[in-house]
Design a protein around this ligand. Structure first.
Ligand SMILES: [Zn+2]
Length: 279
């Protein structure tokens, strides 16, 4: 792919309606006027030498809520929804301590590629879970160091990581049905009221939970949920190393880039965010 001049401000060429990286960050930057801090976790450098920053936003030195988006570049709805939710986060931040990681893989988001420039998941955590001798890539080193060492995530903090499942990446794989599913981790995570609210929210959404099946990663769905998976993700890391609970990873199944359409996925994730924080 030839370098895109000023990739940071360019609308990605995939054409699914996702905005420029600068738009995602701009919406979140509005939180700074309300006392939130922005911390640069790392940057991914384009072929043209342009750094694409990976910022975190937080309103407290220790947090009880963690929001994650944009780990995989073909799954834009989480990052777009989190940016659109910034106004509400400003209000919620008056009474809750929140860490927002809106777009962890801007390089992949811009190029519509799952992984970062190193060909690995940007938040792979196997090296901090005792399964790998070294980080999978530079972003994985920086992001895991940030969440474990640079910020205090309290035991029992609730985590919501907004993914999507672009099953079209795997032409031989077939998942029956349109809808969503969840990964839930952390002690008592499935019965936790936050999980129950998110579960009911998706059930009532245009993307109800797919109750049975096997994901393309070989995980079996039970009532629409995979519990306590060991996938080396940042979610497993936060459940095991910071005793977060519940740790909820949401997935909306995508059969093509715009099937279902991005605005519909984003509005469902905005409702999931409301359900996560509750009344
Ligand atoms: Zn994903």
């Amino acid at each position: 792919m030839p370098p895109v001049p000023d990739e940071y401000h360019a609308v990605p060429s995939v054409g699914d309606g996702r905005p420029a990286i600068a738009d995602i960050h701009g919406r979140c930057d509005a939180l700074l006027a309300s006392g939130w801090r922005r911390v640069e976790i790392a940057a991914q450098v384009t072929e043209g030498g342009e750094p694409l920053p990976i910022p975190a936003y937080l309103n407290s030195t220790s947090v009880d809520h963690v929001l994650i988006g944009g780990i995989h570049g073909r799954e834009p709805a989480g990052a777009v929804a989190l940016a659109a939710y910034a106004d509400r986060l400003r209000e919620l931040g008056g009474s809750r301590s929140i860490l927002l990681l809106p777009l962890l893989n801007p390089w992949g988001y811009s190029r519509h590629l799952r992984y970062g420039p190193g060909g690995q998941s940007v938040s792979d955590s196997d090296h901090r879970l005792g399964r790998a001798p070294a980080p999978a890539c530079a972003e994985a080193a920086a992001i895991t160091t940030f969440v474990l060492d640079a910020v205090r995530i309290n035991p029992g903090a609730a985590v919501l990581d907004l993914h999507e499942d672009p099953v079209y990446e795997a032409p031989d794989y077939r998942l029956d049905g349109h809808g969503s599913y969840l990964y839930v981790s952390g002690d008592g995570g499935l019965a936790h009221p936050v999980t129950q609210r998110v579960y009911r929210c998706l059930e009532a959404s245009p993307f109800p939970l797919i109750k049975e099946g096997v994901t393309r990663f070989g995980e079996r769905l039970v009532d629409g949920v995979i519990v306590d998976t060991e996938d080396g993700s940042i979610d497993e890391l936060l459940a095991k190393k910071r005793a977060c609970r519940p740790v909820i990873t949401a997935e909306i199944v995508l059969h093509a880039e715009t099937m279902p359409a991005l605005p519909e996925r984003v509005s469902t994730y905005l409702e999931v965010l409301d359900a996560f924080f509750g009344p």
